[in-house]
Write a protein that binds this ligand. Structure first.
Ligand code: ATP
Length: 415
């Protein structure tokens, strides 16, 4: 049985991953969980998400399907925040993962879907489901089951004891930095070195104590053992599409749609401009179209790279398009444009720089008495290297592939 759940939490509390963790425990007497549960992130531009647009799925081998459905329903009713205006739980239990379900996942991670898209597929394929209130969670629940995870990473989430929910989290900061030092690059996004921040724990009232992300379960476990914190209630290792760029579509600038994420290639049109609040914008064009690209204030030190771009620089950019603007997640500077600066000419005899001979009268060398009419063009030395740059961990989208997962030269990790 493939069990998918989504949209059970609200800004005020609870968490779908916690519901899944509790449900897995309750189902243990009725079957065997096969493989790791999956934490699936869907289109980051989906309008009704609470935080990171997560949905959950796991596989269970059981010969008591009726009992499993009954227990799953009870858990959703008990552990969803039905008072949340935008909480519309969905529970899907399927016997198989069909190609149509996998195609549905691909659409859910890249496009905006309607609840009826999910219902139509569920009815067509004869899949058991229950939607509560508007049932919007059926989109995520179905997609999480269908996710094929051609690329994947892991996240270990530790959950808080119930009596501590809503209180400040107690985690020994020094042990978190040590865990990062011991296990990076097998783990990542635990801390943000440049911005001197711990980024692996939420600050909200939900049951999550912290989450350790990585590509290597052993490194994740070592990090977990290193971190000292308040006692946890339970911990679960998830297989996930986080850090894989599953949301990114290959695109052409003139064809992009809002609420979708792309990799685009083009040339910087005009020098980047900063606006109040510290947001930076530039235009990317490729002859057929142009698009505004943004590095917003929360992308912190990434902006200092963006600021140095100049017209004619050739780039690949990654990011979500919102209001016709691509929100940069990373970029690859393919080629720096040759830029020149106009300077006073050099004297052909003594090779020193000439001086102005007065307004509109050209230049002269005082020593050799040589003259020249106009200024000389000198190539500008760019203090910027080509290659990949990314936003820092504190600004990373869950689905964005961090540069630590990419191999090759010219990779400038944000670390
Ligand atoms: P958390 O990360 O705390 O679990 P969340 O950010 O995942 O919260 P949800 O409460 O799951 O937010 O709400 C997201 C809603 O958007 C769900 O109902 C989900 O089914 C729906 N959804 C997911 N992907 C899409 C999509 N591509 N198009 C339209 N709706 C979507």
């Amino acid at each position: 049985m493939f069990i998918g759940i989504d949209d059970t939490d609200s800004e005020r509390g609870l968490c779908t991953t916690y519901l899944a963790a509790v449900l897995m425990e309750r189902l243990r007497p009725y079957g065997k969980i096969s493989g790791l549960p999956r934490l699936i992130r869907l289109n980051p531009c989906a309008r009704f998400k609470t935080r990171g647009n997560a949905a959950l799925a796991f596989a269970l081998e059981s010969d008591r399907p009726q009992k499993v459905k009954e227990i799953a329903l009870k858990a959703v009713l008990e552990l969803s925040d039905f008072s949340g205006v935008n909480t519309n739980p969905g529970l899907v239990i399927a016997d198989d993962v069909t190609p149509r379900m996998t195609a549905f996942y691909r659409r859910a991670v890249t496009q905006i879907l309607q609840i009826d898209d999910a219902r139509a597929l569920l009815d067509d394929e004869g899949i058991w489901y229950r939607g509560f209130k508007k049932g919007r969670g059926l989109i995520g629940a179905l997609a999480a089951i269908g996710a094929d995870l051609t690329d994947f990473t892991y996240e270990l989430i530790a959950y808080r004891q119930r009596q501590r929910w809503g209180t400040p989290r107690s985690i020994e900061a020094e042990t978190v930095w040590r865990a990062d030092a011991l296990t990076y690059p097998g783990t990542w996004d635990t801390v943000d070195h440049f911005n001197k921040r711990i980024v692996f724990a939420p600050h909200s009232g939900d049951p999550v104590l912290f989450g350790i992300r990585g590509s290597d379960p052993e490194a994740i476990e070592e990090a977990f053992q290193t971190i000292k914190s308040e006692p946890w209630e339970r911990r679960v290792l998830y297989k996930t599409n986080q850090g894989t760029d599953a949301h990114i579509l290959e695109g052409e600038i003139h064809e992009v749609c809002d609420s979708q994420s792309y990799r685009l290639r083009g040339f910087v049109d005009r020098s980047p401009e900063a606006i109040e609040g510290g947001h930076i914008f530039f235009t990317l064009q490729n002859g057929k179209g142009q698009i505004k690209c943004a590095a917003f204030e929360p992308t912190k030190n990434f902006r200092s790279i963006v600021k140095q771009l100049m017209p004619g620089d050739e780039l690949e950019v990654w990011g979500a398009v919102r209001d016709k603007t691509l929100n940069l997640e990373k970029m690859n500077i393919l080629r720096l444009a040759e830029q020149g600066v106009l300077v006073a000419p050099t004297c052909p005899q003594c090779k020193r720089r000439m001086e102005s001979a007065g307004k509109g009268q050209g230049y002269r060398c005082r020593r050799c008495k040589t003259t020249a009419l106009g200024r000389e063009r000198r190539p500008l030395i760019r203090n910027l290297e080509t290659g990949f740059y990314e936003v820092p961990p504190c600004a990373r989208r869950h689905l964005s592939k961090p540069l630590v997962r990419m191999s090759g030269e010219n990779i400038h990790h944000s670390r």
